[in-house]
Design a protein around this ligand. Sequence first.
Ligand code: ATP
Ligand code: MG
Length: 435
Amino acid sequence: MSESFLEVSRILSGGLEGEKVKVRGWLHNKRSSGGIHFLILRDGTGIIQCTMKRDKVDRRQFELAKDVTLESSIELTGTVRRDERAPGGYEIAVEELKVVHMAEEGFPIAKKYHGPEFLLDHRHLWIRSRKMQNILRVRAKFLEAAREWFKLNGYTEFHSPILITAACEGGATLFPVKYFDREAYLTQSWQLYAEAAIASLGKIYTVAPSFRAEKSRTRRHLTEYWHLEVEIPWCGLNEVMKVEEELLSYVCRRLASEASRELRDLGRDVKDLLRVEPPFERLTYDEAVEILHEDGFDFEWGKDLGRVEERHLALKFDKPFFITHYPRSAKAFYHKPDPNRPEVTLSVDLMAPEGYGEITGGGERIDDLDELLKSIKENGLNPEDYKWYIDLRRYGSVPHAGFGLGVERTISWICRLDHIRDAIAFPRLINRVYP
Ligand code: ATP
Ligand code: MG
């Protein structure tokens, strides 16, 4: 069915001037002037201007082009022309138009201002917009490049269950699920199972959804988000930071070269991404708190850095930076205390610059049995719930570390979004599970 149709991206990449082509897609936009209809066609690979001149087609074709509604699915036959005035530098001079499905009149997304709630209600249609196409393509490229980095560096992809029984990141954000006659939860992270799997597979990663019942409305929390996680045996804090630097700089370089048009459209200068080269600056939590105090913040040592504090710090940077050694009180039970200073952990969060703040969280995990039991109890958790996880410290425990990267947080920064909801096609938020 498809062999005779060309992809728009192929035409926009040049070299087909003068050739007769067939394309198909959706009528993205339309205008008419004088004896010409400008039919803007979108096919999922790109958008191209197609012109139909009154004196070049028969009258019925010209009338059809006049009547065809926005978002109708159409097929076009015509000749490729180089035209500097056309948005992609090329256009198709149409000889034949075929309407596959005439869309109903009144496509809900019009060329006027729509409020965010309206666009969220019509997300199934809004994802056709140029903005969403650009973001979703950058997102796909981001993951493609990340997977490639993992392959080049000897990592194996590993999947953990979504339905779980014990919290990884604390009970407050757990989503309960009725599981036959008992209660289970949606997973907040792959990590605990990953710690089991390193003894089977070595260096591993995943890209999977995590669920958090975030009760506050913020611009950087979804209730369902995609989590890119990494776990590495025989790994310490410094090594895990190196992995984050290398992965992120590789992905940014790839995006700068392979998604430059999308990024430019979104207002991101690719030079900003080419600056994301190792080493990233490293601040300790103590140093971060000191800066906050110097800048007049009333911030209590021991608390986790919140949106306001992270934003303030992240406005001082133009490339990602690390914050290390968070206090035990600010981190989950599995974080390994610093042997030289047990009130802080061997933890690290990576911050995106320009005010964006945290995009990854990670560090060394507790590998000693007694230390883990102590931490579980001190965090008010029940060791019975973590029996299998504790077992891992009985049979060949090794120093190990890892991190979790929020895909939408990272895409928000890369695409310069002002709300995390636009980094995913169908966002789940405290007040939204539709469409
Ligand atoms: P925050 O303090 O910002 O809520 P966190 O400390 O709870 O984040 P982690 O448990 O360390 O986050 O999770 C790892 C990463 O997952 C975070 O660095 C972030 O990028 C992402 N993340 C966490 N919660 C969410 C969420 N609700 N929506 C989107 N991404 C999230
Ligand atoms: Mg959180």
